[in-house]
Design a protein around this ligand. Structure first.
Ligand code: SAM
Length: 211
């Protein structure tokens, strides 16, 4: 990956400046850098950075579900940009969870300014016990391998409570092999030229029911 090429850096800074000015104007805060205490104190915690709205829209369009009948969860939702995009994409239900209450307060404020509604839940993804309520899960590299493995297990276990096709959209897929090993099927992958990373789309099929 050429994350440090001048072209990629210039595009990143241009996008950041554009977002900053636009948010300043509208009283929103999705893109400003935030480094909280959790980042230093919690093992395997990956801090906040935002998914670009345009990239998120393209990712959501690529998930082959009927959004009006599906529920979307951003696992590590930060300031809520992906919740906004999922609401705009017409998901029947949208929620996000995060370990950091400060980020969630900003997310709630952003959504309220936009007159949008989504549940913002303060919980460690490992302890969350409502994965069965959701069909499409989004991950932007939120945590390290050990936590990721436990979260994938919990999502798989949730199929026992509600049998359905599960989709995992994994942006910047550092631990993609965890999904492969757990039996998720890699359906597609596309590259994001601005951030110079990729997104993987994994499917965990519904269990066939014996007649
Ligand atoms: C890279 S940011 C992504 C934010 C948002 N999904 C987006 O794309 O704009 C990762 C987020 O995961 C959260 N996070 C890290 N470890 C977590 C955990 N164990 N449980 C819940 N959230 C966590 C962080 O607080 C951070 O907001």
């Amino acid at each position: 990956m050429s994350n440090y090429s001048i072209g990629v850096r210039t595009k990143r800074w241009a996008k950041f400046l554009f977002n900053y000015l636009r948010e300043k104007h509208s009283g929103l805060d999705f893109s400003m850098v935030y480094v909280g205490e959790l980042q230093e104190s919690v093992n395997e915690f990956h801090g906040y950075s935002m998914t670009d709205a345009g990239d998120m829209r393209r990712m959501l369009e690529a998930v082959p579900v009927d959004s009006s009948k599906s529920a979307f969860l951003d696992v590590g939702c930060g300031k809520g940009m992906c919740l906004k995009c999922a609401i705009e994409s017409g998901y029947q239900k949208v929620a996000g969870l995060d370990l950091d209450e400060h980020l969630l307060q900003i997310a709630r404020r952003n959504l309220s300014r936009l007159k949008m509604d989504a549940e913002c839940i303060c919980v460690n993804a490992v302890e969350f016990d409502r994965y069965d309520e959701f069909d499409v899960f989004y991950f932007y590299n939120p945590f390290g391998e050990t936590i990721f493995q436990q979260v994938i297990n919990k999502i798989q276990d949730s199929q026992e409570r509600r049998n359905r096709e599960i989709w995992a959209v994994y942006y910047h897929p550092v631990y993609g092999e965890l999904f492969d090993r757990a039996g998720f099927q890699l359906k597609s992958e596309f590259r994001d030229k601005t951030w110079d990373t990729s997104t993987r789309f994994y499917c965990y099929p519904a269990k066939s029911v014996q007649p």
